[in-house]
Design a protein around this ligand. Structure first.
Ligand SMILES: [Zn+2]
Length: 260
């Protein structure tokens, strides 16, 4: 659970970057960004007490089978290493994160057995998605930020940050996400769309806004950055994985609104 708690903590380098920002963003836009990031901090308490299948297998049974919704059994576990966003803006490596598997009680169910990802976890990622979101946000709003400077903070290679940029830029059309925000917003206003904002950073911030609106409407999203929460929701509900280095399905955010 330590990793889960760390993911939601304050990431000061992003906040500091926004405070220092003297570029072309309007004051209204900057204040909008600043209004979003404290939301991540506010999630920390909720995340600390969030029930998770990882690390408490003796107390609870696994979630229902995602195929037939029948009861399941635990089916082994392993320890994995993760790079997570920790306190004070540092990216830290956790080496003993529990990751369990579950098996459907019905031996004939095609669901068979599957991995249950801990809070903040995502398939095939050592760097949790929250770290990618924070890196791209910093790259978008910090004066003088480069792939190298952001990579140094994230303890990764600059090429990794470049891959995150391409990956997030391909997740969807910012205009479509903006329209969704307008539909969900109580006042119907579109989110700010600053000129000159890199596409990946713009999408991170739009998805942050969108996730906040969805949470306000009662959609149960994981705490943390909107990008990570929406991707995780897509995976948990539809088993849709957004791969980093190969073609992926687009985000189906409209489907996430089902029942709103
Ligand atoms: Zn099943």
């Amino acid at each position: 659970m330590a990793g889960a708690a760390l993911v939601g903590r304050r990431v000061s380098f992003v906040l500091n970057a926004i405070r220092r920002y003297k570029g072309s963003l309007s004051r209204q836009t900057v204040s909008w960004f600043r209004g979003l990031f404290p939301f991540w901090r506010a999630q920390r308490l909720a995340m600390d007490f969030r029930p998770s299948s990882a690390g408490c297998k003796q107390e609870v049974r696994p979630p229902p089978c995602p195929v037939c919704w029948g009861p399941c059994w635990w089916d082994g576990w392993r320890l994995v290493a993760q790079m997570v966003a920790g306190a004070e803006g540092l990216v830290v490596r956790l080496i003993e994160v529990s990751r369990h598997r579950a098996r459907c009680q019905d031996a004939t169910c095609p669901g068979r057995s599957w991995t249950i990802y801990e809070a903040g976890g995502y398939p095939c990622r050592t760097f949790v998605v929250a770290v990618a979101a924070l890196a791209l946000a910093a790259l978008a709003v910090e004066v003088g930020a480069t792939l190298t400077s952001v990579a140094r903070r994230c303890r990764c290679d600059p090429r990794t940050v470049g891959r995150w940029q391409c990956w997030v830029a391909g997740l969807g059309d910012p205009t479509a996400f903006g329209r969704l925000c307008s539909r969900l917003s109580p006042d119907g206003f579109p989110p700010p769309r600053p000129d000159g904002m890199p596409l990946a950073g713009l999408l991170v911030l739009l998805l942050e806004h969108l996730a906040q609106l969805l949470r306000d409407q009662g959609v149960p999203l994981e705490p943390g950055p909107g990008l990570a929460a929406l991707l995780r929701q897509q995976f948990d509900r539809f088993r849709a994985v957004s791969w980093l280095t190969r073609a992926s399905p687009p985000l189906q955010v409209e489907a996430a609104m089902a029942g709103v």
